[in-house]
Design a protein around this ligand. Structure first.
Ligand code: FEO
Length: 174
């Protein structure tokens, strides 16, 4: 059984993951509008992954006998001044999400909720990967500067990203 505090924190994180999906879908629309279809595809896949994260929280709350309570999802920004600004925003966002996951983990530790700690471990590892993959694109965009040729090459490369749905047993609690 989940304590009220943990249940509240997990519901808040469910909302944060849904907001992440919204943010990246909004970035996908921005990239599409400026003619960078590969960047748009990358962000679309990122949004799909966030929905998987959200479902993990949804399912875990249910499995622990808790109650999912959905809240309003904040509207994300819709415009960025450049691909670099969009990816820097994404990196800041992922760093914020990592901080939130750590906060929920600290709460689970203080409440001695071992099952929630084990559940959150997957997210601690995932956040390292998320920050690294977004950070790599930020670095590459910085190196490119105003080189349009390089930007289009990166666009082609990022467009190769595909979404892999979680295998059974991976979609819910890990
Ligand atoms: Fe669900 Fe990008 O963290």
């Amino acid at each position: 059984m989940l304590s009220d505090k943990i249940q509240g924190a997990l519901n808040d994180q469910l909302n944060a993951e849904l907001y992440s999906a919204y943010l990246y879908l909004s970035m996908a629309a921005y990239f599409h509008a400026v003619g960078l279809g590969g960047f748009a595809q990358w962000m679309r896949v990122q949004a799909q992954e966030e929905l998987v994260h959200a479902m993990k929280f949804h399912d875990f709350i249910g499995e622990r006998g808790g109650r999912v309570r959905l809240k309003a999802i904040e509207a994300p920004p819709t415009e960025w001044s450049s691909p670099l600004e969009a990816f820097e925003t994404a990196l800041k966002h992922e760093e914020m999400v990592s901080g939130r996951i750590n906060d929920v983990m600290n709460l689970a530790l203080s409440e001695r909720d071992h099952a929630t700690q084990i559940f959150l471990q997957w997210f601690v590892t995932e956040q390292v990967e998320e920050e690294a993959s977004v950070g790599e694109v930020v670095q590459r965009l910085k190196l490119l500067g105003d080189a349009r040729q390089g930007l289009f090459m990166l666009d082609r490369e990022l467009g190769q990203r595909t979404f892999t749905p979680p295998s059974s047993g991976e979609g819910g609690a890990p």
